[in-house]
Write a protein that binds this ligand. Sequence first.
Ligand code: DX5
Ligand code: ZN
Length: 217
Amino acid sequence: MGKIAPSILSADIAKLSEDIEMLEESEADWIHIDVMDGHFVPNLTFGPNIVEAVKRYTNKFLDVHLMVEEPDKMIDSYIEAGAHGLSIHAEATKNIHQVMQKIKENGLKAGVVINPGTPVSFIEPILSMVDLVLVMTVNPGFGGQEFLTDMLSKIEELDQYRTENNANYLIQVDGGINNETIQTCYQAGADIFVAGSNVFGADSPVEQIKTLKKLVN
Ligand code: DX5
Ligand code: ZN
């Protein structure tokens, strides 16, 4: 059973509370919050105060995706803000193992993220201890980009690896997810599907979430 995680990057920030209330009533499983620092990616979005604010309008799992340099210095403030899961780019820190450990010690789901140019082998040493692996299916920074089909083999590799090695991380995909690409990712072994423009660009986001969910169940 796949989980849907709408990304509020594509929400209307001026009326964010309404969009969160809409998601709260919808079949969305998680709420995906994209933090960008203008350095790791060429775009600037939210800080920990948005996580805190979103939390006031929903009880759903808050899935925070940190696209920042030196994430080691920032995770405390997101833990304090009430995130349920924190995903960190393997490319952004020299201490990925330590960062994952710290997130887990605080009782949050620890996720490691790999960019399109990063192979699965780069994170193999930590695959036995992470709760989630996020495979970027676009280059991070912006919503509305086209899905990179070449990333499907990474999902298959991660799915096979966890079976062969008794690991129990979830596989998440992020970028370019729509009614077609969600099915190919699901068949490749993905469990959690982030969707931004596809959900918030729909006439009825609630109906679109329902449609996506049906496609992975
Ligand atoms: C991209 C972000 C995504 C983004 C996806 O850097 O990590 O979460 O919101 O947007 P869509 O679904 O429009 O590709
Ligand atoms: Zn994201």
